[in-house]
Design a protein around this ligand. Structure first.
Ligand code: TXA
Ligand code: MG
Length: 321
């Protein structure tokens, strides 16, 4: 596996049925030719991902949407105009030619036009659709640097394109447009409110009680560090630390506010701005996980809209429930 800078070479690897990890503005993706069943199968194998989790197909431009989806609603066009290229994935009815292994035998397909210049150049050079999940082992934290991809998939893929740290830092918002009403099935940094503003109508958010919607990342301990990770409400944090038994130290705390802590606690100060917090979160969790902490405590973030996607990932990373 090599770290590549030559985008045309990466496109050749995709054409030959190989796997290339590449940067997007959200997280790094593990790309393979979406029309080559052997290549797509290799993606699942490299990640050790169960075959019932469908992959997002990445395309260079919105005008390619009709090659992959049919009965495309007006809403999809409006959202593509507003947010593509960018961190939004649309679930649409699939074209019959789309491979079942890509969509996990569902009648729908997830499509996204990423904004990162390297992703854009790769998709233009390749020409077709690139199936790409996040470039991590199944259930692990998504990689936001090329080094994190190497840590996750070394020896299992053909190449990595290094594009530096990802700007958004959390996976794309996924909006299901295949039913009667638009439903956010994975929150992201494009919020439901921003989508509602463009569509001029309400958008619902997937909840446990919504039947028959496949929710991404609902597998137990998706997006999770290996180290025991807990999310603690700010007003309980200091007392929680004081009451921890000696055997639980050393502890890392991802803090938003000022906290007074006993010895054996390393404070990792997180940004108070949600955009910056999101950008830094996975890298921070990954490096804390690689140190010898017995526990990682995360000070709970505010419950407002701007923090919704972050809160969603923190809940998935922690073992509170
Ligand atoms: O930001 C992102 O979306 C990143 C970058 C690489 O584009 N990709 C990503 O892919 O997060 P992945 O595979 O880790 O997560 C995509 C989620 C999966 O959990 C899957 O269940 C859901 O999208 N998904 C894909 N196709 C779907 C479909 N047809 N219906 C419902 N959910 C779908
Ligand atoms: Mg993923």
């Amino acid at each position: 596996m090599n770290i590549l800078t030559d985008i045309n070479k990466a496109a050749d690897i995709l054409r030959e049925g190989g796997l290339v990890a590449f940067p997007t503005e959200t997280v790094y993706g593990l790309g393979g030719d979406a029309m080559n069943p052997a290549a797509v199968r290799k993606i699942f194998d490299a990640k050790e991902r169960p075959l019932n989790h469908p992959l997002i197909v990445h395309i260079a431009e919105a005008k390619q949407m009709a090659e992959w989806a049919m009965h495309i609603p007006e809403d999809a066009i409006h959202l593509a105009n507003a947010f593509w290229p960018g961190p939004l994935t649309l679930i649409l009815k699939k074209q019959p030619a789309v491979l079942d292994i890509v969509t996990a035998y569902q009648p729908t397909i997830g499509l996204r036009v990423p904004k990162h210049p390297i992703a854009q150049k790769l998709l233009h050079a390749f020409g077709g659709g690139v199936a790409a999940p996040s470039a991590n082992q199944f259930t692990h934290i998504s990689p936001t640097t090329a080094a994190a991809v190497a840590e996750e998939l070394h020896g299992r893929i053909d190449a990595i394109l290094d594009g530096g740290p990802c700007e958004v830092g959390l996976e794309s918002t996924i909006l299901d447009l295949s039913g009667d009403k638009p439903v956010v099935i994975r929150p992201g940094m494009i919020s439901a409110e921003q989508i509602e503003f463009v569509l001029g109508k309400p958008v619902s958010t997937w909840r446990e009680d919504t039947p028959k919607v496949r929710a991404p990342g609902m597998h137990h301990l998706h997006y999770a560090p290996v180290t025991l990770t807990l999310m603690i409400e700010p007003k309980r944090l200091e007392r929680f630390l004081m009451q921890l038994p000696q055997a639980s130290f050393p502890v890392a705390v991802l803090a938003l506010n000022d906290v007074t802590v006993p010895s054996g606690v390393e404070i990792i100060q997180m940004p108070k701005d949600p955009t910056q917090y999101a950008q830094r979160l996975y890298h921070t969790l990954r490096s804390a996980d690689n140190q010898k902490f017995k526990q990682i405590l995360i000070e709970a973030v505010p419950k407002d809209n701007a923090w919704e996607a972050i809160r969603d990932r923190l809940l998935k990373a922690s073992r509170n429930e």
